[in-house]
Design a binder for this molecule. Sequence first.
Ligand code: PHE
Length: 345
Amino acid sequence: MEAQLQELKTQALEKIAEASTVKELNDVRVAYLGKKGPITDLLKGMGKLPAEERPKMGALVNVVREEVTTQLEARMVLLEEEAINAKLQSETIDITLPGRPVKTGNAHPLTRVVEEIEDLFISMGYEVAEGPEVEKDYYNFEALNLPKGHPARDMQDSFYITEDVLLRTHTSPVQARTMEAKGGEPIKIICPGKVYRRDSDDATHSHQFTQIEGLVIGEDIRMSDLKGTLSVFAKKMFGDDREIRLRPSFFPFTEPSVEMDISCFKCGGSGCNVCKKTGWIEILGAGMVHPNVLEMAGYDSKRLTGFAFGMGPERIAMLKYGVEDIRHFYTNDVRFLSQFQRTEL
Ligand code: PHE
């Protein structure tokens, strides 16, 4: 029986050494040390031995069992470690691989132009003011020196909702509202927003478009202040060597009224397709706030004067980016919009 025991031990240790996975080793454990294994059998068979041999044999079986167990546990630690290492190896992440590009959205070209203009004027101390798109005839026309029946109302074909309410045709009603609210105090605002006119849509017209209006009211505000402000604006938006020129024009709410041209940013003034061979590009309308407009809003036009200007971000974006059809801004074709990446401004 002793020889049988030694044989069993040798066999078990061999199998332990051979086991190359945790599962195989577990099988070895069950085969040799389990309830139905040979060592347990031997212990059960002890009863048949003569009484004086039992303690010696019992001790021997225990020694063998302990040794097999110790070896098994040692090998188990080793195999488990190997298994973990293999798993880590196979799941290694190569952190040096370049990442997959993430598609990001970007601001609409009109939003960019509006924000660029806003930022510029904010840096000069202006505040942004907004007003309703559904507007009273009073603020859209009357308070701007355009009484009912005034022929200049025809310059801005309108969408009326009732006789006294319409979709605003320009951002100038925000001027009128702000002046009324400020009760005679100085003002320095920029008003961006959507406006509506009863136009047939084509490459250069849209029934809904964007405007930005500027208004400054204070003591001793003169035409030269307007010219200086517009010159800074032109240089910041279109390049440092831009010249401006003011041409006489007419708006009922300003007197005198002007239109501002900038020297062509493409040809520098020599004549090209952008400036239609004139060397100049028309950008905006402006003028000194008409005394009637000041007085209607409760200002003393002898004490305070002001200038105002209004422009169309669509036109500025079209010129800046060479866009040939205004409708591109509204149809939201991603192929068009994705060309205006953040780095462009
Ligand atoms: N509101 C005018 C327009 O829509 C533009 C403008 C604004 C002109 C302010 C002068 C002063 O045509």
